[in-house]
Design a protein around this ligand. Structure first.
Ligand SMILES: Nc1ncnc2c1ncn2[C@@H]1O[C@H](COP(=O)(O)OP(=O)(O)OP(=O)(O)O)[C@@H](O)[C@H]1O
Ligand code: NI
Length: 361
């Protein structure tokens, strides 16, 4: 049993029914998170990273939202749980640091009260013990003089300090799964390093699994056991951090990495823009921006995730522990690889627009 992944997401579809049409924010996403593993979700703004992570504990407003597919957490399909059971799971076995922490703290209670509330909801401690634990959590997220600050109100903390309080609350229950959605964007690099260390310690001590969402590929390279690359509600590629960074296979992943000049806070944009989530293109959703696109890329469904065997490592083929997979028809078959970008113009096929035309024609 415990060899099973802690979390298995299968064919997750999270749609929002709006006046303008149905927004397919997440459209058939599958991936696993093993125990003690850090999985990073990357992709441009609007790819569906946050909606994926919020669907795990069903934190989607329904309506307009609607969730289909399976989310198996430690053997239980979360989509079948009652509201009470879901509330228990959130802030209990699953901790969540949200992308927009503004609303995460209640202005009328002290931070200590709010951390203790999280502790007491799931653990049986005396008042004194839970207060002590709140102080030590504040201390471990790097809040100076935590013993004095514990009785302060949120407005007495700076933005970065507030974010650390939010992280302390998410850690209060020693969750089995921590979902961290851009948790360090508001923090300076020293504090960011400290928070990443804290996550690592937590993981080492409790075998915590972490889903880490970030735009900062430098951080991904540092923390990821596995990477899930999302685009327009689909998984484009998945593999170990090493595979994704050293051997990116999907043209989208390559474009993301090429846009990595490393400025904190964001990527240089990839030429072109995300398709409409209401009317996504047929075929591969990236094809309108892909310089390798050919006719077959434009029709049908998003290609399946083919095993990729081109890694220069010892994990062997796609059955190996590497499990490098890519949703691109160029990798169909045994030794798939990307063709020369000129190839298709030579054989009379229109090259893709976007990246290609953006390249100086
Ligand atoms: N409540 C909602 N109603 C309608 N559309 C929504 C709603 N919430 C999210 N969306 C849409 O779902 C898509 C995915 O959004 P999501 O927030 O998951 O992107 P993201 O990858 O996290 O982006 P970012 O990097 O900017 O955080 C977007 O098109 C967004 O506009
Ligand atoms: Ni997001």
């Amino acid at each position: 049993m415990s060899d099973d992944p802690l979390l298995s997401i299968r064919d997750l579809r999270t749609y929002f029914h709006t006046d303008d049409g149905t927004v397919k924010a997440v459209d058939g996403v599958s991936f696993d998170v093993d125990r003690g593993e850090t999985v990073c979700i990357v992709g441009e703004s609007g790819s569906g990273k946050s909606v994926t992570s919020e669907s795990i504990t069903q934190l989607i407003p329904m309506p307009p939202g609607e969730i289909a597919g399976e989310v198996i957490f430690d053997g239980t399909d979360v989509t079948t749980l009652s509201d009470d059971e879901l509330r228990d799971l959130r802030g209990g076995r699953i901790g969540h640091v949200f992308q927009n922490p503004q609303g995460a703290l209640n202005p009328v209670y002290t931070v200590g009260y709010q951390i203790r509330e999280a502790i007491d909801a799931h653990q049986d401690l005396t008042k004194r013990e839970s207060r002590q634990k709140a102080v030590s959590l504040l201390d471990s997220v790097g809040i100076p003089e935590a013993g004095n600050r514990v009785d302060d109100y949120p407005h007495e903390f700076s933005g970065g300090m507030k974010q650390r309080v939010v992280i302390a609350i998410a850690l209060a229950c020693e969750p089995d799964l921590l979902i961290a959605d851009e948790p360090t964007t508001a923090l300076d690099v020293t504090i960011e390093a400290q928070i990443l260390d804290l996550f690592r310690d937590l993981q080492a001590a409790f075998d915590t699994s972490i889903i880490f969402i970030t735009h900062d590929l430098g951080v991904v390279a540092e923390v990821a056991d596995r990477v899930v690359v999302m685009y327009a509600g689909k998984v484009m590629e998945t593999g170990t951090g090493e595979q994704i960074f050293e051997n990116p296979a999907h043209p989208y992943t390559r474009a993301l990495l090429e846009c990595l000049p490393g400025q904190p806070g964001g990527l240089e944009p990839i030429p072109g823009s995300l398709p409409s989530p209401i009317n996504p293109p047929s075929g591969c959703r990236f094809h309108p921006r892909c310089e390798y696109a050919r006719e077959a890329c434009r029709i049908g469904e998003q290609p399946p995730l083919y095993g990729f065997d081109g890694d220069d490592d010892d994990t062997g083929d796609s059955d190996g522990d590497g499990d490098h997979r890519v949703s691109c028809i160029h990798y169909e078959g045994e030794d798939g690889e990307l063709p020369d970008t000129n190839e298709f113009s030579e054989i009379g096929q229109e090259p893709g627009t976007g990246l290609h035309t953006g390249g100086g024609e």
